[in-house]
Design a protein around this ligand. Structure first.
Ligand SMILES: Nc1ncnc2c1ncn2[C@@H]1O[C@H](COP(=O)(O)OP(=O)(O)OP(=O)(O)O)[C@@H](O)[C@H]1O
Ligand SMILES: N[C@@H](CCO)C(=O)O
Length: 357
């Protein structure tokens, strides 16, 4: 029987100032996968080792750079990992995936988190495995080892999350903790061995409320910063003063963003951070000046501003004056010879979805 379905996964912004590796927001910009499985239409010229024909729409981000072989592409590599954990080695004959990706790669808008979530949902649908979203998060968190983007992309809305401590027995398993990148044999070349199923409930999360008058402005510079590089510049230890600085603000911010009317005098200082932004300025020219000089006093309607995820995108939350705020930040980047585009986004409240037809 031919089957078809569509998976949609939102972009996300992680950290939101003091919530490094904790807070995430699902954003209304969607990676979409249109999947058909029909053995009768299998393309005989397709040389993919796992029966999967991958295409990207021509206006997709990464259209000419992402790999199209299923054991190399992050989305299908992730799906293969899920399938192989469940003793299914390949995609069914005649699997065709048309991917539309408007999420810029390596810019701090959760493109890899969305790709991993989409891949796990793809594996779940193709293998008809029937996993819940909570269980699918376990597979995602075996691949991307920080939960903020993944949880926001899967669950949607404004979320806080953490990874539970793994037991000594779970830690002994060779694929835990995985590096940031999924390697063979879990999802790459088929070794014939089935990877073990992930432990259960690796990630725990809570969805906060959000005042829907607050919109997200993403100012996206035209250069990439890989998450791995951006994590590489962070120190391995912090002073208690800096940690307490962030914890105090984190506790206030999660409720401040729910209040009506939103209070810029509370939100702006609550979005300050001493754990990641000060170190990442070395990778993002102009970062410190932008974060310091674009404030609710200089721009009415602005509530707060921070680096989005691992950067280089700047996230401004605001109720008004969106274009002026974006233009000011674009002008400041221009002084460093960096061009940008910007997007006005809402929260993606629902998270990842699958629609069968
Ligand atoms: N739709 C996609 N299809 C295939 N590969 C993708 C896709 N989206 C992301 N990737 C892979 O993920 C890489 C980007 O991941 P990275 O974690 O560095 O940045 P990001 O997820 O965009 O930013 P952040 O984690 O800070 O929000 C891309 O270079 C590409 O290899
Ligand atoms: N919390 C992560 C998000 C990026 O994936 C970081 O800032 O490195």
């Amino acid at each position: 029987m031919p089957r078809s379905f569509e998976i949609k996964v939102p972009a996300s912004s992680a950290n939101i100032g003091p919530g490094y590796d904790v807070l995430g927001i699902g954003l209304s910009l969607y990676l979409s996968l249109k999947v058909t499985i029909d053995p009768k239409t299998a393309d005989q010229s397709n040389k993919d080792p796992n029966n999967c024909l991958i295409e990207y729409t021509a206006d997709s981000e990464g259209y000419d750079s992402v790999p199209l072989q299923s054991d190399k592409n992050l989305i299908t590599k992730t799906a293969l990992y899920v399938l192989r954990c469940n003793d299914i080695r390949q995609f069914p004959t005649g699997t065709h995936i048309l991917i539309d990706n408007p999420i810029p790669l390596g810019r701090g808008l959760g493109s890899s988190g969305a790709a991993v979530v989409a891949g796990v949902m793809l594996g779940n649908e193709v293998g008809q495995l029937g996993f819940s979203k909570q269980r699918m998060l376990d597979f995602c968190l075996m691949i991307e080892r920080h939960p903020d983007n993944i949880t926001a992309a899967m669950m949607g809305g404004f979320v806080g999350s953490f990874l539970r401590d793994l037991t000594a027995q779970e830690m002994e398993r060779r694929e835990i903790p995985l590096s940031e990148v999924l390697d063979a044999p879990s999802g790459g070349e088929d070794t014939g061995l089935s990877p073990p199923l992930p432990p259960t409930d690796i990630g725990r999360h809570i969805k906060y409320n959000w005042n829907n008058k607050i919109k997200c402005i993403a100012i996206i510079p035209d250069f990439e910063v890989s998450t791995a590089d951006s994590r590489g510049v962070l120190p391995s230890a912090y002073t208690s003063k800096d940690l307490v600085f962030n914890l105090q603000r984190l506790a206030v911010l999660t409720t401040a963003l729910t209040q009506d009317p939103p209070n810029p005098d509370l939100i702006y200082p609550s979005m300050q951070d001493r754990v990641h932004q000060p170190y990442r300025k070395t990778l993002i020219p102009g970062l410190t000046e932008i974060l310091k000089s674009v404030t609710p006093k200089t721009h009415s309607g602005l509530l707060g501003i921070c680096l989005s995820g691992a950067g280089p995108t700047i996230l401004a939350v605001a109720t008004d004056n969106f274009e002026d705020i974006a233009q000011e930040i674009i002008n400041m980047f221009a002084k460093k010879n960096i061009t940008c585009r910007w997007k006005l986004l809402d929260l993606a409240y629902e998270g990842a979805t699958v629609e069968r037809s």
